[in-house]
Design a protein around this ligand. Structure first.
Ligand SMILES: Cc1cc2nc3c(=O)[nH]c(=O)nc-3n(C[C@H](O)[C@H](O)[C@H](O)COP(=O)(O)OP(=O)(O)OC[C@H]3O[C@@H](n4cnc5c(N)ncnc54)[C@H](O)[C@@H]3O)c2cc1C
Ligand SMILES: NC(=O)c1ccc[n+]([C@@H]2O[C@H](COP(=O)([O-])OP(=O)(O)OC[C@H]3O[C@@H](n4cnc5c(N)ncnc54)[C@H](OP(=O)(O)O)[C@@H]3O)[C@@H](O)[C@H]2O)c1
Length: 519
């Protein structure tokens, strides 16, 4: 009988997992809490467009339709592309819609036995006849007391997404939180879930304060300023200045040639690198600085960051390493100049009845509405899916480390589970696809995992890399600046040739993207 593999989530990652699992002859069951596919692409701001060039954000075996001519398609086009993929590979029939997974519980060897294993899952292989996962689901269309249905599955792939459902809400001293504020406080995800008309009505005529300075904050502020203009300027409170991108062509050179080829990766110390590569990375460090300055000077010139006191104290290279490479909405700084967007640095702030108090300032900033564009707690979302407190702790790992996932997919001490879509890159579709292919090969028995000790050592090396280059953003688990090195490891595990280009010059200088891994 075909082995049953549960996939939780029918966003991009879940659909890709379904496609590759099915291709290997397994029986996938996809549980999706909502009534549709596409995940985050079903609930974005009206103004959301792809911020990764579409050539980097495409399936390796299903190109964008020729009717989509823009380099940065809008959210409807992205969603249609995902739907066409699902139809083309006949994935819809595997999905159970309106089915929320409330928790997954392992049934099999005891925790003591698992902890004594030298190999993941006892053998280093994906399946174990003694172990199964009980997946408890509820029907989201019925009331909350509706009965729980339980599925017993041989392997579970968690594709629940990291940028939804569990918002990151800043903490405030007691009596200084949103509860004392006379106005309204929402998270950007609530604003994003409104349709265009409702969103416009909601912010119209209000003094809005947006907190954050990443993509959600920039887009939200842009929408508010468009609706309210200079009469009710939108205030943006930020902690950290960031290198936001006006486009991907600094001084006419495609950014991918500076950061997404093997040559660029030579400038970075890599986890598990040889002495030779370490020497090269040290030798080339000054060039890394030059590349960074090259891009920074372009951004400053194009956006006028110096004029508005918004030049970050860290390098552009750090931003790539943090996966914080937001594109700035067109004319954003024109709005700053005309006064319909007001930028204000506020490393610490709290609430009072009339609005927001910025640390060090006597009078409050009067506000009707605060939109917290402060990101998400994807790690907590992942933790909550496990019923066992032991597995909950194992998946989170130490708060002082990146999430302990081997190849960014497998927790060495949690059997028969893989995670797709937690660790970030510059082009997340392509990254999820590579990982799904790797997991499908693991399930198919193409390779076994190394010992738990070896996996932990590898995880530690990646953790050190992330701390070196991403500093306090290490929990984002970003592989953007080493995506080729990372993919090389997946390719080697799967027995593929990891050098995908023709000729040494192309191999060194041509950017790598999804089509390099198509067959
Ligand atoms: C607004 C926005 C724009 C983005 N733009 C880009 C971009 O331009 N380029 C880029 O590279 N990345 C972008 N990203 C990152 C983006 O997260 C990925 O590109 C990708 O779409 C994520 O897909 P996913 O399937 O991993 O997660 P999601 O899209 O979040 O899908 C997760 C799915 O799991 C379901 N689910 C969750 N929990 C449960 C449960 N317990 N039971 C059942 N179902 C569950 C959800 O309903 C959802 O359908 C963007 C993110 C956001 C928020
Ligand atoms: N394609 C698109 O158009 C699009 C649109 C929206 C989102 N996205 C993607 O979705 C993901 C999430 O983006 P996001 O902007 O929602 O979240 P994010 O990237 O996590 O950014 C969160 C922002 O909130 C700030 N912040 C966090 N905690 C704070 C606190 N306690 N006080 C004040 N500020 C705080 C952060 O500041 P610090 O940096 O100082 O910590 C940062 O500016 C990203 O991958 C993004 O690229 C893409």
């Amino acid at each position: 009988m075909q082995k049953q593999v549960g996939i939780i989530g029918a966003g991009l990652s879940g659909l890709i997992a379904c496609k590759y699992i099915k291709a290997k002859g397994f029986h996938p069951i996809v549980f999706e809490a909502t009534n549709t596919i596409g995940g985050i692409w079903t609930k974005t701001l009206n103004s959301t467009i792809l911020q990764t060039p579409k050539v980097m954000y495409q399936f390796s075996d299903f190109p964008w339709p020729s009717s989509v001519t823009q380099d940065f398609p809008d959210h409807n086009q992205v969603l249609n592309y995902i739907k066409e993929y699902a139809q083309h590979f006949d994935l819809i029939k595997h999905i159970k819609f309106n089915t929320r997974v409330e928790g997954i519980e392992y049934q099999g060897p005891s925790m003591e036995e698992i902890q004594a294993w030298h190999l993941w899952n006892g053998t280093g292989e994906a399946f174990n006849t003694k172990g199964k996962w009980k997946v408890s689901v509820t029907d989201t269309q019925k009331d909350s007391n509706s009965s729980i249905e339980v599925y017993t599955l041989e392997f579970v792939i968690l594709c629940i997404g990291r940028f939804s459902d569990v918002p990151n809400i800043p903490e405030f001293p007691s009596n200084k939180g949103p509860e004392v504020f006379g106005g309204e406080v929402i998270h950007s995800m609530e604003y994003a879930s409104m349709d265009s008309k409702t969103a416009t009505e909601f912010i119209k005529g209000k003094q809005v304060t947006v907190v954050g300075f990443q993509k959600s904050a920039l887009d939200t502020a842009m929408e508010c300023s468009t609706v309210n203009g200079v009469d009710h300027p939108c205030r943006v409170l930020y902690k950290t200045e960031h290198w936001i991108l006006p486009d991907y062509l600094p001084w006419g050179i495609p950014l991918a040639y500076l950061y997404l080829n093997r040559f660029a990766e030579l400038m970075v110390h890599k986890p598990g690198e040889s002495l030779f590569l370490s020497f090269i990375a040290t030798l080339l460090a000054p060039l890394r600085w030059v590349f960074s300055k090259f891009v920074e000077s372009y951004i400053d010139r194009k956006l006028g960051l110096s004029k508005v006191g918004m030049v970050p104290s860290h390098s552009f290279h750090r931003e790539i390493n943090n996966c914080l490479i937001s594109t700035v909405p067109e004319k954003f700084f024109d709005k700053v100049e005309e006064g319909s967007i007001v930028l204000k640095k506020a490393p610490r702030f709290w609430f009072c009845k009339e609005g927001v108090v910025v640390d060090g300032e006597a009078s409050p900033l009067k506000t009707d509405l605060v939109i917290l564009a402060t990101g998400f707690k994807g790690d907590i979302k992942l933790r909550n899916i496990f019923v066992s407190p032991t597995f909950q702790n194992l998946i989170l790992g130490s708060p002082n480390s990146a999430l302990p996932l081997y190849r960014e997919c497998i927790q060495p001490e949690i059997p028969q589970v893989a995670v797709i879509g937690f660790s970030e890159s510059a082009a997340n579709l392509y990254t999820s696809e590579m990982r799904c292919r790797w997991v499908a090969e693991l399930l198919d028995g193409t390779f076994k995992l190394p010992s738990i000790q070896e996996m932990k050592k590898d995880i530690t090396k990646w953790d050190q890399y992330m701390k070196t280059y991403s500093r306090h953003y290490y929990r984002r688990s970003c592989i953007a600046a080493l995506h080729i090195w990372y993919n090389d490891q997946l390719c080697k595990d799967m027995g593929w040739n990891h050098r995908r280009k023709k000729g040494i010059l192309s191999e060194l200088f041509q950017p790598y993207g999804p089509l390099d891994y198509s067959f």
